[in-house]
Design a protein around this ligand. Sequence first.
Ligand SMILES: Cc1ncc(COP(=O)(O)O)c(C=O)c1O
Length: 384
Amino acid sequence: MSTQSPFPSKLPEVGTTIFTVMSKMALDFNAINLSQGFPDFEISAELQNLVTDYMGKGHNQYAPMAGVPDLLNSISRKLKQTHNIEVDEKNEITITAGATEALYATIAAIVKPGDEVLVIEPAYDAYVPAVRLNGGKPVLIPMDIPDFTINWDRVAHHITGRTKLIIINTPHNPTGTILEEDDLSALAGIVAKHGIYVLSDEVYEHIIFDGEVHQSVLKHPGLRERSIAVYSFGKTFHATGWKIGYSVAPPSITREIRKVHQFLTFSVNTPIQYALATFLEDKKNYEGQDRFFQQKRDYFLEQMQTSRFVPVTSKGTYFQLFSYKNYGNRPDREMAEWLTQEIGVASIPISVFYQDKTDNHYLRFCFGKNDQTLKKGAEILCRI
Ligand SMILES: Cc1ncc(COP(=O)(O)O)c(C=O)c1O
């Protein structure tokens, strides 16, 4: 037996993520996996072929640190085309190993020990540990239920002389809510008054429903100069395993993000960057995503109609929240485990997206799956 004392953790509160736990449980109990956010259908054959073509052409060595120029150029054209945003591709875009690296590099570049960072909860799990690792203090602000909206007066109330950054996410994981123009205007008012920075996680920009328009911080004149927006090709092209994304920020902030990126990964895999540069040239390749996923959301909700789960209709992302208040009030983690082990459908309990594990009895189901998988899952859930 070892006599050594345990190695002192810098993140003692962090264990195995719930996504890993639930996916493993789904596998162990042969349950339909609607927990983790990854599609169970194939990526575009054209995109796959482009990657092998570029490998065959010898694009297999280190890419430039900030990204392959062709890809930076394709992204800047895409931003112009989709959101009418002008960016200086040489000085404002950085290709990263997934949105996760872009988030981490941004937080590391901005947050100094003692700085406070506003995080709206429920929150994607990558934000708070990155703030803590860089000596920052997360200041947690809950959304209002049952609609999961942000009360901007409450946000303003939490600002102190040490507040450096606010992290927002639209469309939002796990709730499927989106920020409207009014939300960004309220945020811009706060930014103008207090001079804080905004880190905007926009990885689901192309998964937005019912004719709503994605509100990017990059489009907002009051936010553009103090904001960093983060995107993910893994989400946009159903290729979460590729781990490739990018950040867009003003040159002075990008310079600092690149300093961190340089020593986190240096550069991101070359043939995929070339393939994406070519694939992005045809806007059809990303513009149909909202319709595709809206059909899935509608299909899943329709299949769930006879269940007693109560939906908070998703406005974006491939996540659908349900309240299970009609099934009693056992803790959501217990409910998710019971559903996986005894009923045969895996989901994610929403309490894990709160640092203090606030439990409002909601579960998140991922509908970015084949219709057959959704039908089978819903059939089982409707029988309870
Ligand atoms: C809100 C949000 N941000 C970031 C990410 C991470 O994206 P990537 O896989 O590109 O690192 C995810 C993945 O689930 C997410 O849901």
